[in-house]
Design a protein around this ligand. Structure first.
Ligand SMILES: Cc1ncc(COP(=O)(O)O)c(C=O)c1O
Length: 378
């Protein structure tokens, strides 16, 4: 018998959104739609796809650049020149030089891997890390796998209650995770709220701001995490190519932090954690502003449609700044299963809510039609 440490035994594996092929296999349902993993329904930038196919023959027999030189440089240039906040907001563009260098950047096999790397780099057994609940479940898993203790602080009105999170700080606290916007609720924290947290939190606690969905944000009050990075604070900002960039299958994300923080994270990173195909695609995806604009437009239109239809069905939801909508609903597993039979995959998030990704117009329609059937038969 292998002696498995208690903190590993207690872990529950992550349950991903149900893959389309699995539903086809299990229920024999033809052409189901997946609105379960907050993927971009229009797919990746065509330029990213071209870069992948063009590079395949030349590079597959070689190890990737473990340091991701070209992608890090492209990111540093983009993030330094373009104000990262407010994101893509007309009229709000300010000329700011952020001075982000490649040494401030770490690449990950999805931002998910960076969560793991950060927990392993900065937590010793028994250290505490604070996160909201419900929030992205990987925070608690990464902390526990690293031997740390996850302290969960309830949301308030579906949003991170940053004051409550602050009051959960103890002498053992080493990390604090904030998903902004939050998954599964899609809510965000404002600049004022976040600045207040950063004013009050003591140095030595790494604030991990997970901005996986930041490109979808419309609200100009959105928190400016980069301001605190520039001020030299203990902050790690995470971004991903899995969401608006439509490259979830390639597994690539990045983190931005002070150089000394990145240096420690690099010590626990696998040498070739991001592959050459993903690096190439990400560089092209970054350049394709048209793809991002189109993705945002489709999301905003879909959001408006779903709000209207859900309201007319008397279904309440949390207003979202991301590409998914949180719907509090008792018996969520039952609703989820019924939707599956109608060929619609959503995500039950606990016993009393489902989360639906905003899809293409026809997918949103199919979801609403299926919801109507579910409600009629309840
Ligand atoms: C808030 C949040 N952070 C991080 C991730 C992980 O994304 P990836 O590992 O694909 O970059 C997700 C994915 O669903 C997420 O919702």
């Amino acid at each position: 018998m292998i002696n498995v440490p208690e903190h590993i035994k207690a872990l529950r594996p992550y349950t991903p959104g149900k893959p389309i092929e699995e539903l086809e296999r299990e229920l024999g349902i033809k052409n189901p739609i997946k609105l379960a993993s907050n993927e971009n329904p229009i797919g990746p930038s065509p330029a990213a796809v071209r870069a992948i196919t063009a590079g395949l023959k030349k590079t597959l027999n070689r190890y990737p650049d473990g340091n991701g030189y070209y992608l890090k440089n492209a990111l540093a240039k983009k993030l330094s020149k373009n104000p990262p906040f407010p994101p893509f907001n007309k009229g709000g563009q300010r000329e700011i030089t952020y001075n982000i260098t490649p040494e401030n950047i770490i690449l990950g096999n999805g931002s998910n891997e960076l969560l793991d790397i950060a927990a392993r780099a900065f937590l010793a057994p028994g250290d505490e890390a604070i996160m909201a609940h419900p929030s992205f479940v990987v925070y608690a898993m990464a902390v526990q796998a690293a031997g740390g203790k996850a302290i969960q602080s309830p949301l308030r009105d579906y949003r991170h209650d940053l004051d409550a999170m602050l009051s959960a700080v103890t002498p053992k606290t080493k990390m604090l995770f904030i998903a902004n916007p939050n998954n599964p609720t899609g809510t965000m924290n404002t600049k004022g709220e976040f600045d207040r947290l950063m004013r009050k939190i003591r140095d030595g606690i790494l604030v991990v701001v997970d901005e996986a969905y930041y490109e979808y944000v419309n609200d100009t009050r959105y928190a400016d995490s980069f301001k605190h990075f520039r001020a030299g604070r203990d902050i790690l900002i995470l971004r991903t190519f899995s969401k608006i960039y439509g490259l979830a299958g390639l597994r690539i994300g990045y983190g931005i932090a002070r150089q000394d923080i990145i240096t420690e994270m690099n010590k626990v990173r696998a040498p070739f954690n991001t592959n050459s195909v993903a690096q190439k695609a990400a560089i092209e995806a970054l350049k394709d502003k048209g793809h991002i604009k189109k993705s945002r437009e489709i999301n905003n239109k879909g959001k408006k449609y779903l709000y209207k239809e859900l309201s007319s069905l008397g279904i309440s939801y949390a207003p979202t700044e991301a590409n998914f909508i949180y719907i509090p609903a008792a018996g969520s597993m039952d609703i989820y299963k019924k939707l599956l039979y109608d060929g619609v995959i959503v995500r039950p998030t606990g016993p009393d809510a489902i989360r639906v990704t905003i899809g293409l117009p026809e997918e949103n329609k199919k979801f609403i039609k299926a919801m109507k059937t579910v409600m009629r038969n309840q």
